[in-house]
Design a protein around this ligand. Structure first.
Ligand code: XMP
Length: 213
């Protein structure tokens, strides 16, 4: 586990997923998986991937407190490093995740990278970040393709770590996201669809981004 890149392996073929995890797991900070992978491979895939790197389960959990508790209890048994949950459902729902995470870090969604999130979610980032701080989340999600919003989140983040998707396929730049305040940069398609993902990762980290994008 090294650096500040989180590889989002949104793959549904378990063989390909494990092969990619084996190839890049020790060169990234964490591997992130999402619903497509868990629906296809089952939740035991979480435990299988922990052999290669930290695992972040991007489930964007967003339900009533009791259901959030039931979900996090199932997920935490597989020992991921962190899970992602929504903050917009309110402090009671996020508190249920934090209270039942059993050592798994909880990252709250304070803003998103898709343009549609500018209507409802992103205008409320300040309150969502304040809730994440007050409740004791480990980190928050803020977009790596919207530097102005990322910068504004960064100014009020306190001790929270910022995880930023939106880099690569969604148009954001690795260097610019870090400059705007991102602590960890989440990259999916630009890694797992890349013919040489290790070269791509090392070029990003050595500041050679212009050469490859
Ligand atoms: P790509 O292929 O676009 O994959 O690099 C990005 C990954 O991150 C997820 N994603 C987000 N997760 N807040 C999140 O918590 C966001 O704003 C966001 N945008 C993208 C996406 O589902 C995929 O797994």
């Amino acid at each position: 586990m090294k650096g500040n890149i989180v590889a989002s392996l949104d793959l549904t073929d378990e063989k390909k997923l494990i092969s990619m995890a084996d190839q890049i797991g020790s060169s990234v900070f964490a591997l992130k998986i999402n619903w497509p992978t868990i629906l296809s491979c089952g939740k035991s895939i979480i435990g299988k991937l922990t052999k290669y790197s930290n695992v972040i389960c991007d489930l964007k959990i967003a339900d009533i407190p009791n259901t959030n508790r039931l979900i996090i209890e199932q997920i935490s048994r597989e020992n991921p490093w962190a899970v992602i949950g929504h903050l917009f459902t309110g402090t009671d729902s996020m508190k249920a995740l934090l209270d039942n995470a059993g050592g798994v870090k909880v990252i709250g969604v304070a803003s998103m990278s898709n343009p549609g999130s500018n209507v409802y979610l992103n205008p409320n980032f300040e309150k969502l970040v304040e809730d994440a701080k007050a409740l004791g989340c480990y980190g928050i999600v803020a977009p790596g393709n919207n530097y102005e919003l990322l910068g504004s989140v960064s100014k009020i983040k306190g001790n929270l770590k910022i995880f930023s998707p939106g880099v690569g396929a969604q148009g954001g730049g690795y260097k610019q996201a870090i400059k705007a305040g991102s602590d960890y940069v989440i990259i999916g398609r630009s890694i797992y669809e890349n013919p040489d993902p290790l070269k791509y990762i090392s070029e990003l980290e050595s500041g050679n981004e212009n050469h490859i994008t």
